[in-house]
Each structure stands twice: as structure tokens, then as C-alpha cells.
Design a protein around this ligand. Structure first.
Ligand code: GLN
Length: 568
């Protein structure tokens, strides 16, 4: 049987429970333990697939095609274990099962109640992860202690310790220790109240992780230890950091993993920590000198979490190339043909991310077009690839009015469309291509060069595809289809020959990028963006030294050079 760690949060939301759970997972994995993670979300949606990214952040897609909470992205990036359907549980999915069982008569006519039926269902979902090949299951509970909707989860967790024994369960509670400028003190009262709330539901925390802007002093730790009845070593200070990947090291320095191991009876000598390569990566992130500016042409640009995995994947690419990545958030709706130069010319590279619905699609097509014509490195993801194909059809193949049938049912040239077999399904929800699919790459393509292999697996989340009827027309006009589904039916990757980096993928490569294993396409994008950045700097220097030749002429020259560099 595996050991279980439950992570709850109090005082305020957004304190970083996900990062704490993920960092603890990293530490235990770096001790050689086999770790898996799970998120219990208190909302009634059955899964986050239909939730607005503006409200809830991105939908993270796992290999098995589950649409999950963005915290699973943190788990996968930090712990580097593939997660699946059972790692994402919502109140909606719990009730869905309980009600289905009630309808089937499984409860033999009993009155179906929160305790024990809902709590049993919650416990059975946690046990789903408790398999032979796992030593530790870390389960994070979304929301904040005290929320009404969280109560069944807390009750189920409480029962856990009784069910499987003291030494097999660790309750970790994350709180906030604010600093009050007026009194010049760190305040413990919110933590006390939050622990009292947790205790009133029957859970005495074993470890309290305290978020704060400055390190928690020893006297404050003593106070929390005394008032909340935890050992002093179990009060862990978690200070604010700008580089998330430093959190595992900081928590280790506070003794978190040692304490948790002793609590769960793991012999720390048998499982010594080796965090060397992780720390080297995290350290590197603090020592980047140059910066490239990457535009994300998005729909939800006011909430960075809506594109969390894209941002992280860009950072991973930056780490590999030794540069900081500065994100310029560009609302797709503001990218018009008139304003494209003003919005895009100063970028070193750009990403056109995935999306649903018509808002901003014109700006995405304009951005794809501008990047193509002006040699700006551009990575199109899912809808981004579709925008690239529409641009190519309209502006290179002269198919005026070409569009995706998602946005214009009556377009004369539906270059992006549902496939035949999808059109007959009435419920669109059933037609989504979700999860990991294999693609075969053209071995001579840049895409294959970046991947370093000809067969790749990427995660998908979309309905529409490049319409096979237009493939030869696009290809005749120079668009290279650099990757296809194994049966040759679906376009998976596109690229251009005479461009430093104009690559589109129907998949979502961002979900598979890891800080110490950046995704090849993000690495490639940043590599080419660095080149553009350097050539722009040297162009500016040359112009300053030799008067001022035309900018456009310099750019044409520069793009030609870059294209050659890639072709090599
Ligand atoms: N809306 C597009 C489709 O359904 C793209 C989806 C996406 O970008 N994830 O095909």
C-alpha cells in the first residue's frame, strides 16, 4: 500500500498549493520514491473541459485525453510523471458516479447520503491511484478550508487516517503569514484560525507550510508550533520567489522532505536526496543575461494562467538557450493589417496559441501572415496552425475568403473543416480529438530536425482539421506538410522552406515540455528568436555606425541568412 499526503490550504486562495504539492513530489521523487499526484476540485463541473479559461486558467490535457485542472501541469512539470484521468476529480464527477450507482440500484434501496456514500466515492478515487508501482500519493484539495463545498472532501480525508493507519497518512496545510508594516510583525493569527477550522472538521495537520514575503523567524515558528500543536520542525517557511523552480530547494532547506519522510516512516538513509540536476536547472534560470521578447497572440491575455503551459514551455526553451523570455501579451483583436507592424515588428518571435470561438481569429490570421512575410519566428499551436493555413490559402494560394468552417459555415474554401466521419455526429462534444496521437514526420523537414526523430507523440484537443481537399493546392504553393497522422489522413505539422521558423502543429506541444527537457519546437522557436534578436542588435549597431540604410532592406537580408542557417 502507498503512503498518502493530503495538501489543504487556508486563509486565502492562490497561495500556491499546487506548487507546494508539486515541489514536495519533486523532492520525494529525487529521493528515489515513486510518486503520483491528484487534485480534488470542489466545483460541480464534471471536468474543467468546458470552463472558461478566463475564469479558471488553462485546461491541461493528459496523455489519456482527460481535460484537467492546470495544477496537473505543475505536477507533470515538477515531478515528470505522466498523469491521467484518475488524477483529476471534481465534485461533479463524484456526484455523477454516485447518482449513476443509485439509479442502477447499487445502494440496495438505502438512503444515499454525503456520509458515507459521497465520502466513500471520494476515498475510492484516492485509492484508484494507490497501485503496486506507487510509494506515495500526493492529493491536493482545491479551494480553502472553510468553504462549504470542500466539506465532503475534508471529511473523507479525515476518515483516511483511521482507515489506513497513522503512519501512512500525512496532512499538510498551507497558510499565509502576512507581514503588517504598521506593527513591523509577521502575524500568525490567520494561520491559527485556519488550523482551528481544519481541526473543527477533525483534521490535525502534521505539517504547516507558511507562505510569507520574508522568511518566517524562529520565534514565529515557535509560536505557530505551540498554538497549532505541531512540532517546530514541522513549521515550514515558504517565501515568495520569482523563479518557481527554486521552490523544491527552498522547501528542502526548511527540512520539509526530511520531516515528511520521518513521519511516513521512510528511512532517509535508504532514500537519500539527489536534487543536483534540478538545482542546476533552477540556478541557471537566475543567471540569464540576454532577453528575447516573445509575443503571445491570444484571446485571454489579461490572465496569464490561461496560457500557463505555453508560458512555461517558452521559459524552458529560454533556459536551454540561456536567455530570459519576456512575454509580450498581445490581444489578438488588436492585430489588424493596419496595426500589425506596430504590434509585431519589435518582437523576436511569436506564438499563436490554441483557442475556440471566433473572437480574435482575424488577428491570429493577420499575425501568421505578418510573421510569414517578415521572417519573424512563429509557432502556431492548434488553432495557430489553422490560422497559418488560412493565411496561406488566402494570401499565397489566392483562395479569397478561405476560412475554417468553425467560423464561417459558408466559406467558399473551407480549408479547415470537420472530417467526414465527424460531421455525422450531432453532439460536437463527442467529436473532439483528445489526448495523445502519433504523427509521422517528413525526415527531411525542419520539424523532424528539431525533434531529432521521425515518429512523435503529442497531445491533442480540437475538432477541426486541415481539409484534405486543399492539401495539394497548398503544397503546390510551397506549404510543406511536415507531419501526418500514421494513416496519412490528418495534417499534424506544417512549415515553410524559406523562413527561419514558421512552424505549425495541430497538437499542443506545450503540455509535454519540462524545465529540464524543453520541448523541441519551443527550443527551436527560442533559438531562432535569439538569432533575430542578435541580428536586429547588430543591424542597429551597423546602422548607427554607417548612417541609416532602409530597415526593410536589412530585414530581407537578415531573413535570408536565417533561412540558410536553418536549411543547413
Ligand atoms: N477551435 C479549433 C478546433 O476545434 C482549435 C482548437 C484548439 O486550438 N485547441 O479545431
Amino acid at each position: 500500500m502507498a503512503k498518502h499526503i493530503f495538501v489543504t490550504g487556508g486563509v486565502a486562495s492562490s497561495l500556491g498549493k499546487g506548487i507546494t504539492a508539486a515541489s514536495l513530489g519533486r523532492l520525494l521523487k529525487s529521493r528515489g520514491l515513486r510518486v503520483t499526484l491528484q487534485k480534488l476540485d470542489p466545483y460541480i463541473n464534471v471536468d474543467p473541459g468546458t470552463m472558461n479559461p478566463f475564469e479558471h486558467g488553462e485546461v491541461f490535457v493528459t496523455d489519456d485525453g482527460s481535460e484537467t485542472d492546470l495544477d496537473l501541469g505543475h505536477y507533470e512539470r515538477f515531478v515528470d510523471v505522466p498523469l491521467g484521468r484518475s488524477s483529476s476529480v471534481t465534485t461533479g464527477s463524484i456526484y455523477q458516479n454516485v447518482i449513476a450507482r443509485e439509479r442502477r440500484g447499487d445502494y440496495l434501496g438505502k438512503t444515499v447520503q454525503v456520509i458515507p456514500h459521497v465520502t466513500d466515492e471520494i476515498k475510492s478515487r484516492v485509492f484508484d491511484l494507490d497501485t503496486e508501482d506507487v510509494d506515495v500519493v500526493i492529493t491536493e484539495v482545491g479551494g480553502t478550508v472553510g468553504d462549504i463545498e470542500i466539506l465532503p472532501f475534508i471529511e473523507a480525508l479525515r476518515q483516511f487516517r483511521k482507515d489506513i493507519g497513522r503512519d501512512n497518512v500525512c496532512y499538510l496545510h498551507l497558510t499565509l503569514v502576512p507581514y503588517l508594516g504598521t506593527s513591523g510583525e509577521q502575524k500568525t493569527k490567520p494561520t491559527q484560525h485556519s488550523v482551528t477550522e481544519l481541526r473543527s472538521r477533525g483534521i490535525q495537520p502534521d505539517v504547516i507550510v507558511c507562505r510569507s514575503s520574508t522568511p518566517i523567524s524562529d520565534s514565529v515558528k515557535q509560536k505557530i508550533s505551540m498554538l497549532c500543536d505541531v512540532s517546530e520542525e514541522a513549521v515550514i517557511s515558504a517565501i515568495d520567489v520569482s523563479n518557481l523552480y527554486e521552490v523544491p530547494r527552498l522547501l528542502h532547506e526548511e527540512g520539509l522532505d526530511d520531516y515528511v519522510c520521518s513521519l511516513l516512516r521512510f528511512n532517509t538513509e535508504e532514500f537519500p536526496l539527489d536534487l543536483t540536476s534540478w538545482n542546476r536547472m533552477a540556478e541557471q534560470a537566475n543567471n540569464l543575461e540576454d532577453t528575447v521578447k516573445i509575443g503571445i497572440i491570444g484571446k485571454y491575455v489579461n490572465l496569464a494562467d490561461a496560457y500557463l503551459s505555453v508560458v512555461e514551455a517558452l521559459k524552458h526553451g529560454g533556459l536551454h538557450e540561456g536567455v530570459n523570455v519576456e512575454i509580450e501579451w498581445i490581444s489578438a483583436e488588436t492585430v489588424t493589417p493596419l496595426l500589425a507592424e506596430e504590434r509585431l515588428e519589435s518582437l523576436d518571435g511569436l506564438v499563436i496559441p490554441g483557442g475556440f470561438g471566433p473572437r480574435g481569429i482575424d488577428g491570429k490570421i493577420t499575425a501568421a501572415s505578418y510573421a510569414r512575410e517578415h521572417g519573424i519566428p512563429c509557432l502556431g499551436i492548434c488553432l495557430g496552425l489553422q490560422a497559418m493555413v488560412i493565411d496561406y490559402a488566402r494570401n499565397v494560394c489566392d483562395l479569397e475568403g478561405a476560412h475554417s468552417r468553425e467560423f464561417n459555415q459558408h466559406t467558399p474554401y473551407p480549408v479547415i473543416d470537420l472530417m467526414e466521419d465527424q460531421r455525422i455526429v450531432e453532439n460536437l462534444g463527442g467529436t473532439m480529438r483528445l489526448g495523445t496521437y502519433v504523427a509521422k514526420l517528413d525526415p527531411t523537414s525542419k520539424t523532424a530536425k528539431y525533434y531529432g526523430t521521425e515518429v512523435v507523440e503529442e497531445r491533442h484537443r480540437h475538432r477541426f482539421e486541415v481539409n484534405p481537399r486543399y492539401r495539394s493546392k497548398l503544397a503546390d504553393a510551397g506549404l510543406i506538410v511536415s507531419g501526418l497522422s500514421p494513416d496519412g489522413r490528418l495534417v499534424e505539422f506544417i512549415e515553410l522552406a524559406n523562413h527561419p521558423f514558421w512552424i505549425g502543429t495541430q497538437a499542443h506541444p506545450e503540455f509535454k515540455s519540462r524545465p529540464d527537457r524543453p520541448h523541441p519546437l519551443f527550443r527551436g522557436l527560442i533559438e531562432q528568436s535569439v538569432k533575430r534578436n542578435h541580428s536586429r542588435c547588430s543591424t542597429t549597431d551597423t546602422r548607427a555606425a554607417a548612417g541609416s540604410p532602409s530597415i526593410k532592406a536589412d530585414q530581407t537580408h537578415r531573413n535570408g541568412q536565417d533561412a540558410m542557417a536553418v536549411a543547413e
